[in-house]
Design a protein around this ligand. Structure first.
Ligand code: HEM
Length: 204
């Protein structure tokens, strides 16, 4: 099977979008059918947070995979993956705002300022916003590709804030096993980039 040929097929992007919608559709189905355990609101907030973090790992893995496997076609999926990750981040924030704070703006603002793990997560989502807003072609032309690339380095700040948010949340429960897994994946992907940039700089 020629995987590279399938990556260029016109069906590849719609198929990926469907795949990326599946966790949200599953969560909706599970919520409607009372399959989310004793505290469905908490489960929805946590599961959407997990998918945001997983999405971030996948977005950051695209470039290393593209270079290591010599498959430039992978690049065409980065935007969809980024927008899907941002969408899961917004759903996560919506679950928190709705189930934890009853959509009361004053209470949300007070809580963001009061609890460090909340402002770390909020900081991560705020850093994702300019990336999502400039994810279309006209924005890249308007910004110039160089400035766009510079702006998109914000994704590293998002990764750091997301891991700190998760770490702080789990600190109360002294349960860090998953935090270390995500920190190792995101840290490894960032180290790969630094090594790649340095090699590139030495060659040019
Ligand atoms: C980059 C953006 C974000 C990422 C990657 C992220 C990720 C996560 C993860 C992985 C969890 C833990 C899930 C688990 O225990 O399995 C979590 C929990 C949580 N997040 Fe976020 N988050 C983000 C932004 C936000 C924002 C903007 C808010 C609200 C302002 C928020 C509020 C919460 C809350 C309240 C919980 C804990 C739920 C509980 O205690 O049950 N997060 N988040």
């Amino acid at each position: 099977m020629n995987v590279r040929k399938h990556l260029l097929s016109p069906w590849a992007k719609p198929l990926l979008m469907l795949l990326l919608a599946l966790p949200a559709l599953w969560l909706l189905y599970a919520a409607i059918n009372d399959m989310l355990g004793a505290n469905p609101a908490e489960a929805l907030t946590r599961r959407t947070g997990d998918w945001t973090l997983r999405g971030l790992c996948v977005v950051l893995a695209v470039s290393p995979l593209r270079v290591i496997s010599a498959t430039p076609a992978l690049q065409r999926f980065r935007r969809i993956l980024g927008v899907a990750t941002f969408t899961y981040g917004c759903l996560h924030m919506l679950c928190y705002a709705w189930f934890d704070q009853g959509l009361a703006i004053d209470d949300i603002a007070r809580d963001i300022l009061k609890r460090p793990f909340i402002w770390l997560g909020f900081g991560g989502l705020v850093c994702m916003l300019p990336l999502a807003l400039t994810s279309f072609n006209a924005a890249i032309r308007w910004l110039s590709p160089q400035r766009w690339q510079l702006l998109h380095r914000l994704v590293y700040a998002v990764a750091v804030l997301a891991v700190l948010h998760f770490f702080w949340m789990r600190a109360g429960k002294n349960n860090f096993a998953e935090v270390w897994v995500y920190a190792a994946i995101l840290g490894g992907l960032m180290v790969w980039r630094v090594v790649h940039w340095r090699r590139h700089a030495q060659q040019s």
